[in-house]
Design a binder for this molecule. Structure first.
Ligand code: FES
Length: 152
């Protein structure tokens, strides 16, 4: 069982034949070799798979690739441009905002989307806005510092 799927990822067009049940997450990792996006729970609960669809953050494990024909998908591989890290990537580095790193791509993609969303200034506001991204190492203090730095 397969269907034609046209996907635009990080500005590049891909024409694929996929099982229509293929999630965006599996499509990115297994068909496009974009393994920066991580699979944690595969059930929409951890945020490790966060990517952008038309600039909005989504859990790639919850979206079927075949539904994204006319949409723009951005993954962590698409953030840096002209050899320059995105300011959120730079902030995560400067604030040491990771330990094992497994959740980091999802945290960064969430934080980048957050820059364009209405959000209050308090730590509680930022924590709430980032609450869909879990960190099993507990690096939340530094992640918060990085997000705050990027929002300044
Ligand atoms: Fe998608 Fe956990 S892998 S939310």
């Amino acid at each position: 069982l397969s269907t034609k799927v046209g996907l635009t990822v990080n500005g590049a067009r891909h024409e694929l034949r996929l099982d229509p049940r293929t999630t965006l997450l599996d499509c990115l990792r297994e068909h496009l070799a974009l393994t920066g996006t991580k699979k944690g729970c595969d059930h929409g609960q951890c945020g490790a798979c966060t990517v952008h669809v038309d600039g909005r953050r989504v859990n790639a494990c919850l979206v079927l690739a075949a539904t994204l024909e006319d949409r723009e998908v951005t993954t962590v591989e698409g953030l840096a441009g002209d050899g320059q890290l995105h300011p959120v990537q730079a902030a995560f580095l400067e604030q040491d905002a990771y330990q094992c790193g497994y959740c980091t791509a999802g945290q960064i993609m969430s934080a980048v989307a957050l820059l364009g969303e209405p959000c209050g200034e308090s730590d509680a506001d930022v924590r709430e806005a980032m609450s869909g991204n879990l960190c099993r190492c507990g690096a939340y203090k530094n992640i918060l510092a990085a997000v705050r730095q990027a929002r300044r």
